[in-house]
Structures are given as structure tokens and as C-alpha cells.
Design a protein. Structure first.
Length: 393
């Protein structure tokens, strides 16, 4: 636009010919005369950019076809362009039908197709830096890759190890990755071996989720038991290297070839577990067995979960079934993972609060925008929270 105005100004001064000015502005004479004609016909408004849309479009979808597509979509909101065009063909076989992509474009242009939902990507605390110096400080867990048994059904082994002693606490074959079955397995382990300080896992189901603080129903239960859930970075299985090394041995000795059914496969897992813990020497343990180093935890599995008491300076809120809380008569979304639980707000600045579930920091609440933000960073957000997870030691 500015270049066109300067070109017209130079033309009106008559210091140079139109051809010379076109060469100076690096445009063709045809373009120069076009802008000069526009200015003479419409004034400065004629120099503005015009629509390049063609005046005629022979292949444009007819209005009555567009209206029929919209009508069918309103009658059947879940139908896509293929079904709509198929019904249109039956009702009006003599009409010229648009392509499926054109019908989809019409629905999208009219706002009848919802846009793609943007996936929320949560921050991650980074590589865990805690090191186990005695048994039960850190347990590691994972679902080993599924494999097919001889009866055609899949087996998903849930494995749990003590990081310090490499003691294989449990290896349970499940028919699917299940929160219910996982909780049953961990309940049995907690009753048999006591409670650890931390449990390290990957970011998959059921150990973590995309909720705030990466909380899942299983990790919420761990926190209530006083266990700190510790996550490795996504796509970095070497951060749980000891557990992955155990999986390699498990695969060789207990899954190849697979057994005929789940009962037989579980018996094989049990045999492997006894041999791995009590007979097989480990080079990393100076040729000792895990059973020589492992001792049961002193923390007992409680028969009943006690109510968590937040410090007196905390503001406590109840998370309703809709996954939110009330703050000064306004709803604040939290997460459905914490429904029917209490969370604590610790004011750290004017209108800014750290949000805790028990002693686990899950986010930061900004009163001005009425929103809880995930604030997980790559360094410990608060050293006190890490230390409190070891309160049994």
C-alpha cells in the first residue's frame, strides 16, 4: 500500500515518465498503469487491496444442496459427510452431489463439526534424583510388555521391586492393565512387606495421568498411605534401569515360551520370583542374592486410612464430585481424580497459593484469574515436601 502511494505521488509530480517510474519501483508497465487508472477512477481508496475471489465459480455447490446437507446434519448430529451424502443420494438421485471432502468442508464452515481438541501436555519434574541407601526407601513398578499365551489371551505382568536390594516383591499376571487389579496387588504387597517411602514408575496408566500434578487414582491412594509417587521422564526407561534389567531376565526365563493359560503362567512367575530372590546371584550385589539384603518395612499397612490434618494456616477446600471447589462463591476446577477429597491452600503471596493434596504439591492457585496452574518444574519445587515423604525413616 505504501509503495503504491509513493508510485502515484511520483507520477503526479511529472518528474519521470511512467515507464521510468515502473523500472525504479521494479514493476511492469501494465501494473503501473493499472494502479494509475485505479487512482484516477476511485481516488486513494482505489489503491487498497481488493478481494481475489472469482466472480463466478462453475463447480460451486448449489445452494439447495448445501441447505439439504445442513438440514440432515441438524436432524442427525452424529452423522458424518459419508452418511449424509448417502441419504441425499436416496432422496434426490437427480441432484449433483459434492465430493465427501466438499461436504465435510461445508459442515466445518457452518460450524457443524467441532474442531480438534487440543491435548493438554503437563510439565514433568524431570529425572528422579533420589537414591536408595536401604531397603524400602524406593520401590519400582511397571507393567511389563504384554504377550500372548497359548490359549490366545494376553498376559500383562505387573512387577514390583525394591530398588536397593533388587528384591522382586511381586510379579502378578493380569488379563489387562487394570486399576482394580493393580490396587489389589499393591494391597497384598503392602500387607506382606509394609509400606515404602516412595514408588517410582513411568507415566503410563494406572500410575499417572494427564490430570494436574499427574495424579491418578492409584497415586492418590499411595499419597494417602504416606507414599510419595515418583515419575521417570516420558520415553526414558533407563531412568528405571534396574527394573528394566529385571524385565529382561523375566522375559527370557518366564515368558519364552509362554504357558497355556493364566494359571500356569502365574505359577511360572512364582517359580521365577523365588529363584530370582533366593537362588540367583546378582553381580551388582557382589554375587549376593536380593533376599540377603532385603528386610521388611517397619511401616505397617493401616487398617483404616486416617484423615489428613492440614496445618492451621492452610485454607482447606472440599473437591466435589464435579472435580471442582468453591472459592468465594466461584467454582474453581481441580481434577476429577481428587473428587470427594480435601486439598489445602497455603498463601505464599498476595492472592497466590500453593495447593497441596496431603503433603504433595499439585499446583499453584492464582486468585486473580481463579485458576490452579500446574507448576511442576525440573528441580524440586519445595525441599520440605521431599523430606516429609521420608517421615518414617
Amino acid at each position: 500500500m505504501d509503495q503504491r502511494v509513493r508510485f502515484i505521488s511520483e507520477c503526479l509530480e511529472n518528474h519521470f515518465s511512467v515507464a521510468e517510474l515502473c523500472r525504479q519501483f521494479n514493476i511492469s508497465r501494465k501494473t503501473g498503469y493499472k494502479w494509475l487508472g485505479r487512482y484516477e477512477g476511485y481516488g486513494p481508496v482505489g489503491l487498497e487491496e481488493r478481494s481475489r475471489r472469482p466472480k463466478k465459480c462453475p463447480h460451486k455447490t448449489k445452494y439447495h444442496v448445501v441447505r439439504a446437507i445442513k438440514y440432515i446434519r441438524h436432524k442427525h448430529p452424529t452423522w458424518g459427510p459419508k452418511k449424509i451424502l448417502a441419504l441425499l443420494e436416496k432422496r434426490h438421485p437427480d441432484w449433483e452431489k459434492p465430493a465427501i471432502s466438499t461436504a465435510a468442508g461445508i459442515l466445518k464452515r457452518e460450524g457443524l463439526i467441532p474442531g480438534p481438541t487440543r491435548r493438554i501436555r503437563r510439565k514433568h519434574p524431570g529425572c528422579p534424583t533420589t537414591v536408595a541407601t536401604e531397603p524400602n526407601q524406593i520401590w519400582t513398578t511397571d507393567y511389563k510388555g504384554e504377550f500372548k499365551m497359548q490359549n490366545g489371551q494376553y498376559c500383562y505382568p505387573l512387577t514390583v521391586c525394591d530398588m536397593y536390594s533388587r528384591y522382586l516383591l511381586g510379579c502378578d499376571g493380569h488379563r489387562a492393565i487394570s486399576l482394580k487389579k493393580s490396587k489389589e496387588s499393591f494391597t497384598r504387597l503392602f500387607e506382606e512387606y509394609g509400606l515404602p517411602d516412595r514408588i517410582r514408575s513411568d507415566n503410563g496408566v494406572p500410575f499417572a495421568s494427564n490430570a494436574i500434578g499427574r495424579l491418578s487414582s492409584l497415586s492418590v491412594w499411595w499419597i494417602k498411605l504416606g507414599i510419595y509417587p515418583e515419575l521417570i521422564e516420558p520415553g526414558e526407561p533407563q531412568q528405571n534401569g534396574k527394573h528394566e534389567r529385571m524385565h529382561r531376565t523375566l522375559k527370557k526365563e518366564a515368558t519364552i515360551p509362554p504357558e497355556k493359560n493364566m494359571r500356569a503362567q502365574q505359577k511360572r512367575f512364582d517359580v521365577f520370583q523365588r529363584e530370582y530372590n533366593k537362588i540367583r546371584p546378582h553381580e551388582a550385589l557382589d554375587m549376593k542374592t536380593p533376599s540377603e539384603l532385603y528386610t521388611r518395612s517397619k511401616r505397617e499397612m493401616p487398617r483404616k486410612l486416617e484423615h489428613w490434618d492440614y496445618p492451621s494456616h492452610f485454607k482447606v477446600r472440599y473437591v466435589s464430585r464435579n472435580g471442582g471447589i468453591r472459592w468465594h462463591h466461584k467454582r474453581v476446577p481441580v481434577t476429577h481424580t481428587l473428587q470427594e477429597e480435601y486439598i489445602g491452600f497455603e498463601e505464599i503471596d498476595d492472592g497466590i497459593y500453593n495447593v497441596y493434596y496431603c503433603d504433595y504439591l499439585i499446583g499453584r492457585f492464582f486468585e486473580e484469574i481463579n485458576k490452579i496452574k500446574d507448576i511442576i518444574e525440573r528441580i524440586p519445587v519445595r525441599q520440605r515436601i521431599v523430606k516429609e515423604s521420608y517421615r518414617c525413616s
